[in-house]
Write a protein of this length. Structure first.
Length: 163
């Protein structure tokens, strides 16, 4: 497990590049975390990424975005949790987990969780696992691209993270 500790008035951008378990602790007022991770699986590969965002002080914020693409017969799993401790008001935290399946045999899970022990917070999560809609492929093919190139462009755009 890898732990990041963000202290008073610190702002940290964290880019997750390998699957695994991560903890981000916001331990001082004014601490801010921008967390992103982009993952791809192929063949029969299985990967899992778990992240815990733990707000231990008031007046903290975090934005976490995990995106993934599963191909072939692979399996991709995201599990994210936000904890906001007691007496940690004026806290903002958002967790997004999105997975794109590129094969009927590919599998994925996106499991977000919230544990809020105080009031005066703004906290939410979003999760989705989906395929590329055929009309998106058709649109690009109607403009002269073959299916493989159309899919490649859609995946590239999907995996772009802006924090």
């Amino acid at each position: 497990m890898i732990t990041y500790t963000i202290k008073k008035n610190q702002s940290k951008k964290i880019e997750l590049t390998k699957p695994g378990q991560y903890t981000v602790e916001l331990v001082g007022e004014g601490a801010e975390a921008l967390v992103s991770g982009v993952f791809q699986t192929k063949d029969k590969e299985t990967i899992a990424t778990e992240i815990l965002i733990h707000h231990k002080s008031p007046h903290t914020s975090a934005k976490t975005t995990l995106k993934g693409v599963a191909r072939d017969q692979s399996y991709l799993r995201f599990k994210g949790k936000i904890i906001i401790d007691e007496h940690c008001g004026d806290t903002r935290s958002f967790l997004t987990e999105r997975v794109l399946l590129l094969s009927p045999q590919a599998k994925a899970e996106a499991v977000p969780d919230l544990e809020i022990k105080t009031s005066d917070v703004s906290c939410s999560h979003a999760a989705s696992v989906s395929n590329i809609p055929e009309e998106h492929i058709f649109y690009l093919q109607a403009r002269g691209l073959d299916r493989r190139k159309a899919e490649e462009i859609i995946v590239e755009g999907f995996l772009t993270v802006s924090n």
